[in-house]
Design a protein. Structure first.
Length: 426
């Protein structure tokens, strides 16, 4: 259940309708409840756009916005699932109309069974119909998304209508977080940070990656059942060189490193943390050297996360820093860098991902590499060095709020080498 007041969602809707062409209707639909196998479901995750506009975390929810409609009762309507006796028996309570109105701040709530008749009444009166056309998903996955199927259905039922994409408009808004949203992200970060500090002394040789995962998940569940914002990466030894390693099933070996990349989600908003620890409790000389390089790059990169910059430019700057550090670490030679193909720089062998992504309702939130940083944006800062031939990778990641000067929202979460070793001894 969402603890937020409806004020945030009301403001979000008010911002969105300003973007719509006159006499337009916008339709936003919830995520489907996906099956895990046959008749049993995955844990439900609402679509981020539905959370952004209503806060309703329930399937079969549809929001209709028709700000220019002459009749008040058509301007803002929320459709929710009716709880019949069978649903009550198998799934339990679903929102009443009143509850959905309290959460979302939409006064006019109807049952989803009334939606087709309602759409028929209003769509033909609208000059444009704004739909999520699946484009909140990567193009490969568009066709499996509920929003894509919904919009295809509407388009086929009303072929004479003019359709517009709503997702680019919502994305524009979601890029800038207002204070309420930043406070929620801070809550998610608090759960993540506290968990990290508590598990540090538990890491030791002989336990398994899943033991660490269990310690994290247990703490998230105890923190009012916070979901993971994404599958946690608990990667020891060679596994730490696999960027999105999720098996989390290897034994922790003395002398290896353990790379952790995990984050709690709160009221739909993500946090995203990466830290790398010595399993023995003490970094080897070589591990410490590489760790210091990654940390130095991170500190310099944070300073560049200022209004006016972009992820593209940030990556360019990090590329240059990376070259310098990789030379110091004797992984690259200056002479080779001078001759390198600029399109395919040599540092990519040891650093093959971007330094930053937007964070919000999605952990990899909307916003591309050309978006110009503005106050209120939240981004990750996550350099790494992965050395397959030496059997380890190091990634460090904090979440940064763009403001007059960059604000590190994870500043208090231990990261200094000595600090980490100290906390692991406890
Ligand atoms: Mn990240």
């Amino acid at each position: 259940m969402n603890k937020l007041t409806p004020e945030l969602y009301k403001r979000n809707r008010a911002k969105l309708v300003k973007f719509l062409k006159p006499d337009s209707v916008a339709i936003i639909c919830s995520a489907t409840h996906s099956l895990r196998t046959r008749s049993l479901y995955n844990e439900y995750r609402q679509s981020s756009n539905m959370i952004y506009l209503t806060g309703v975390m329930q399937e079969e929810t549809v929001l209709i916005l028709f700000p220019g409609h002459p009749k008040q009762e058509f301007r803002e309507v929320l459709f929710i699932r009716y709880t019949d006796d069978k649903t009550l028996t198998w799934e339990g309570h679903k929102h009443t109309k009143h509850e959905a109105a309290i959460i979302s701040g939409v006064d006019n709530v109807k049952w989803s069974s009334d939606l087709p008749a309602f759409l028929k009444k209003i769509i033909e009166n609208a000059s444009y119909v704004y739909l999520e056309m699946g484009d909140e998903w990567p193009s490969n996955d568009m066709s499996i998304s509920a929003s894509y199927r919904f919009s295809e259905d509407i388009k086929s039922k009303y072929p004479a209508q003019r359709f517009e994409k709503i997702v680019p408009l919502i994305n524009q808004l979601r890029l800038i977080k207002e204070n309420t949203e930043i406070e929620i992200i801070k809550e998610a970060i608090h759960v993540t940070g506290k968990t990290f500090c508590e598990i540090l002394p538990l890491v030791k040789p002989g336990i398994y990656e899943y033991d660490v995962e269990a310690e994290i998940s247990m703490r998230f569940i105890k923190a009012e059942k916070c979901p993971h914002a994404y599958l946690p990466i608990i990667a020891s030894g060679m596994n730490s060189t696999i960027l999105h390693y999720n098996f989390n099933n290897a034994e922790l070996i003395n002398g290896d490193l353990l790379l952790l990349d995990f984050g709690a989600e709160k009221s739909g908003y993500a946090s995203d943390l990466s830290r790398t620890l010595p399993i023995s409790g003490k970094f080897t000389k070589r591990q410490a050297e590489v760790y210091k390089s990654v940390l130095a790059i991170m500190k310099e990169t944070k300073k560049l996360m200022v209004i006016g910059n972009t992820i593209d430019k940030l990556n360019e700057s990090v590329g240059l820093m990376m070259e310098e550090e990789l030379i110091k670490l004797k992984l690259l030679k200056k002479s080779d860098i001078k001759k390198q193909d600029k399109e395919n720089p040599l540092y990519r062998k040891y650093y093959m991902h971007g330094t930053s992504h937007f964070i919000g309702l999605d952990v990899h939130d909307c916003g591309n590499r050309e978006v110009i940083f503005a106050k209120g944006m939240v981004l990750s800062c996550e350099p790494g060095i992965y050395i397959k031939e030496e059997g380890f990778g190091i990634r460090l990641e904090n979440d940064i709020l763009i403001d007059k000067t960059p604000i590190d929202l994870m500043e208090k979460i231990p990261i200094e080498l000595k600090e980490i070793e100290e906390l692991m001894r406890k």
